[in-house]
Design a protein around this ligand. Structure first.
Ligand SMILES: Nc1nc2c(c(=O)[nH]1)N[C@H]1C(S)=C(S)[C@@H](COP(=O)(O)O)O[C@H]1N2
Ligand SMILES: [Mo]
Length: 161
């Protein structure tokens, strides 16, 4: 059993959290989402709902954005709390195994039904891989999603091969 924190939840919350692999597995079955490939055919793993995690962290009344940080590659996304709360899934395992980096692990954020890149707040670009911190904020936080098609194409080109 290891005590390594996989995911921090902090900012405008009553109860900051440092979550380990074991703690993510401790949420009740009602909060666990099995096999995300059922709705994201090219993605894999099992997760816990963002809603369950936020219920434990308890955002302050003035909080209105959730900022998702991937420190591994310095990628950040900030989306409205009210919109993402029921849509977000924190994917952290693949069956009994840990989620590997080839799947965006150890923790990958997924929106159940994302819009096409750049079309809405909850777009495919907000499906943050290597998620290390969830920061609850008042107002929009850091967001490094590519702003237009050229920047988006450049990002994807830099990752292939
Ligand atoms: N950490 C991190 N997460 C990321 C990105 C990234 O560059 N770094 N790219 C985003 C973009 S622009 C898209 S479209 C999706 C692609 O997810 P996929 O690799 O599962 O297709 O991941 C998103 N999550
Ligand atoms: Mo994207």
């Amino acid at each position: 059993m290891d005590q390594v924190t996989l995911l921090k939840v902090y900012g405008a919350v009553e109860q900051p959290l440092d979550l380990t692999f074991e703690e993510l597995g401790r949420w009740p079955a009602t909060a666990q989402i099995a096999d995300v490939s059922r709705f994201h055919p090219k993605r894999a793993g099992d997760g816990v709902t963002l809603d369950a995690i936020l219920a434990q962290a308890r955002p302050k009344p003035e909080a209105d954005f959730v900022t998702l940080h991937a420190d591994r590659d310095n990628f950040h996304v900030s989306v409205p709390l009210a919109a993402v709360r029921a849509e977000g899934i924190v994917v952290y395992k693949l069956g009994d195994a840990r989620l590997g980096p080839e799947h965006g692990g150890p923790v990958r954020f997924l929106i159940r039904d994302p819009a096409a890149c750049h079309s809405q707040e909850l777009d495919d670009c907000a499906n943050v891989k290597y998620l290390s911190r969830i920061e609850v904020t008042v107002g929009r936080g850091r967001d490094t999603r590519p702003a237009d098609e050229a920047a988006h194409a450049a990002l994807h080109a830099s990752q292939s091969g």
